[in-house]
Design a protein around this ligand. Structure first.
Ligand code: SF4
Length: 360
């Protein structure tokens, strides 16, 4: 059987299965391109189950692209708070402004124009074009890659350019004219609920008859995976700096990791440096303020995608100096009860909860 014939049979069996078993997800009850775009951006790095409540709240708060374009970045980050990968929120906000200014508030239809917007790569462009606009465009994400690698027994590393090209070609081949949205979503669902990463549920798979990996008993070994590397670890300090009943917080610069979010001042500990010395130094460098460390508050372990941190949090007393945004975008004194108005990174949430619980 050629790849083309295999693809055609898979597509028929998969479409029938999807009509009966497709997941009922909130963003599947709409053809609104804006809503589909928001859902696809959220789904780029967050699980379906975690996205659903964020998606509903986000659309209530920003029901269309005009409202999103007019919103302040901080409100958008606040609505995104806890989902991580905040560059997605910043890009979505920037893209909304471009959609309004360049395209009169209508999301463009073609993948090329969609990919010209911040935060929209080839996968997201294909998903929007096929699901919202019914164009014959394929998608290729982690789930679809896994399904295709197994169905067609592709053993080379999917990260290699030549393998990527092959996978995109197969994904395109699967699409019957006018049905891309259905087939793409069927592939996504198959990868999410049946052809799952470690132990795929082959006995329940609607396309098992055509699966080359299953025929060879190689399904758990595909797709090829790089060996996981241990995540580097960093020690970080942060200070809850009190002046009367107010606390000093600062906003990270707009670009880079956690850009635009607020946090408690501090930073990385240098090799051989005492934690409290590092905190006093970081606060001085970041804000031009002198503080005295008065006690330990909490220790938080947190893992990002490429590294882990241990965050040591101390309570501090403000000593002198007018806070200036030297190593940050902004800073301000706030009451503990008002901390909830600002978007904080997840590693800071426990501190915020402790302080809000304690009043102020
Ligand atoms: Fe995946 Fe198993 Fe179905 Fe093959 S038979 S596509 S490995 S679930």
């Amino acid at each position: 059987m050629t790849d083309r014939q295999r693809g055609a049979r898979v597509r028929v069996a998969l479409s029938a299965w999807y009509r009966r078993n497709g997941r009922d997800l909130p963003w599947r009850n709409t053809r609104d391109p804006y809503a589909i775009w928001v859902s696809e951006v959220m789904l780029q790095q967050t699980r379906v189950g975690a996205v659903a409540p964020y998606y509903r709240r986000f659309l209530q708060r920003f029901p269309d692209v005009h409202v999103l374009a007019r919103a302040r970045l901080q409100s958008v980050l606040k609505a995104w708070e806890g989902m991580g990968y905040y560059s997605r929120a910043r890009n979505l906000h920037r893209a909304a402004r471009l959609v309004v200014s360049r395209f009169g508030g209508q999301l463009p239809r073609s993948p090329e124009e969609l990919m010209g917007l911040p935060g929209i790569g080839r996968y997201t462009a294909g998903a929007i074009a096929s699901i919202a606009f019914g164009l014959d465009e394929p998608v290729l994400d982690g789930n679809v890659t896994r399904v295709l690698a197994r169905l067609f027994r592709i053993r080379a590393n999917p990260k290699e350019a030549v393998v990527q090209r092959k996978l995109w070609g197969l994904a395109r081949q699967m699409i019957p004219p006018g049905k891309a949205g259905l087939v793409n979503q069927a592939m996504m669902d198959l990868g999410a609920v049946v052809c799952v990463p470690r132990v795929p549920r082959c006995p329940a798979c609607p396309v098992r008859r055509y699966c080359l990996a299953l025929a060879r008993g190689e399904q758990s070994a595909l797709p090829h995976k790089d060996k996981p590397r241990p995540l580097p670890h960093e020690t970080v300090v942060a200070g809850v700096i009190w002046k009367g009943n107010r606390i000093l917080i600062d906003q990270r610069k707009p670009r880079g990791l956690l850009g635009g979010l607020w946090e408690f001042p501090g930073g990385k500990v240098k090799r051989g440096e005492r934690l409290t010395d590092a905190l006093v130094r970081e606060v001085r460098e970041e804000l031009g303020v002198e503080v005295e460390v008065v006690g330990r508050l909490v220790r938080v372990n947190h893992a990002y995608t490429h590294f882990r941190i241990t965050l040591h949090v101390f309570e501090c007393r403000y000593v002198s100096g007018a806070p200036r945004a030297i190593g940050c975008a902004a800073c301000k004194w706030v009451r503990a009860g008002d901390l909830g108005r600002y978007p904080f990174p997840k590693a800071n949430h426990r501190i915020v909860e402790m302080l809000r619980g304690g009043g102020g």
